[in-house]
Design a protein around this ligand. Sequence first.
Ligand code: ADP
Ligand code: MG
Length: 486
Amino acid sequence: MNKQWESVIGLELHVQLATRSKIFSGAANRFGAPANTQACAVDLGLPGVLPVVNEEVIRMAVMFGLAIDASIAQRSVFARKNYFYPDLPKGYQISQYELPIVSAGKVTLQVDGDARDIGITRAHLEEDAGKSVHEGFSGATGIDLNRAGSPLIEIVSEPDLRSADEAVALMKKIHALVRYLAISDGNMQEGSFRCDANVSVRPVGASRLGTRTETKNINSFRFVEQAINYEIERQIDLLEAGREVVQETRLYDPDLNETRPMRSKEEANDYRYFPDPDLPPVVIDDDYIEAIRRELPELPEQKQQRFMAQYGLSAYDSNHLVASRELADYFEAALAAAPGAAPDYAKSVANWMMGELSAMLKREPCTLADSKVKPAQLVALVARIADGTVSNKLGKQIFEALWEGAGEVDEIIAQQGLKQVSDRGELSRLVDAVIAGNDAQVQQYRNAPPEKRGKMIGYFVGQVMKQSKGKANPKQVNELLSEKLG
Ligand code: ADP
Ligand code: MG
């Protein structure tokens, strides 16, 4: 990227809350039902109905606020945001405006080894709108109102981010957090976690912010990264050509990897916000907030500290393992399946998870929840490598077999004859045969100065391993070879 420009990014994340019913009605809050079967009169704002706030959304918003060290408003107010759109037939969205429930929080990111605090301006509660459906309609647009009235928390960051990478890191961190708190399923394909990216650029060293664009409704980490990088380049090109950035709302098109204008940006006063006369202010007290604080689950940073203390893992390994609740749970489930030896196995289990398992999940592709190798199987494999029954190399073959469903670890070792050969007599015979069959290399070795021999011995070890089909105990083979080659 051009060195004279600095990019500035702020995110707005729309996170669907995993409640059973909607934010202001008793209708089901569920994804995937037949179109127009999940919204009731309240969600549609029909005349004569009154919304009542679902207490669960208050609890969830407070949990989130506490988890990001924010201030929690003891009095927050729902407001009407007025606009017309086909998926919002009642003509206004109930949101929070002047008095959001959560404000002034922060999330700490690790950027190139340094900790950086990103300000969270606010997190407010609001209802979702319906959806326009284009698929299956020609020359017309369908409207599905199932999502109308689904609870959302909108999380707004300060313009503290300086690159697409940082923006994605913040998004991932908040994604992990809402999953830890179990307030959202975070399912991005289903639209439970969507991002609007506000991007501007300014000359390096400038203190005033540049004119921003807002790219709406991006639903994957990769697309957020691509959309932001595209916007940064586009804006720099405009400014370098002596033109101006227009403040507007844009859409990202993943097929073409570009953003396109959608509409000129409306100002807050276009929405004619006013307090919703149908809903009283939400008033909560300290006791309520403290009760929620006591019930907070262990959060990623605390879990990381515990993994380092309890299992002796490095900051790097433990940071990786707490990146999602699923990973952390898998890790702990594995260790719980190997009582007693747990601390010894922690590093190996972590390595297998970051190595083979993660590669396999990418290759399939599938999620950790659908992993065909279960935590207890992984730790059983680690145990067989640790006690010398099989080599690390053959461990990979066993891992593949486990994935294919060939049986349990010990069965696979027996069936495929993978047991490591550690019998001295047997290894001796193999070593002798290799020495006898490689006269030239043996001469070379014996003529070489001692400092070169260490490297040369690798050739013989390789031959023995090959003869034994990978089963010879490499440590013992090394020792025998050093002895016998003299
Ligand atoms: P709205 O988009 O509803 O008008 P705000 O004006 O509060 O709301 O801004 C929303 C988001 O835009 C925030 O995440 C904020 O950090 C970000 N933002 C504001 N100004 C800029 C800017 N000049 N460049 C990049 N991001 C910005
Ligand atoms: Mg906005």
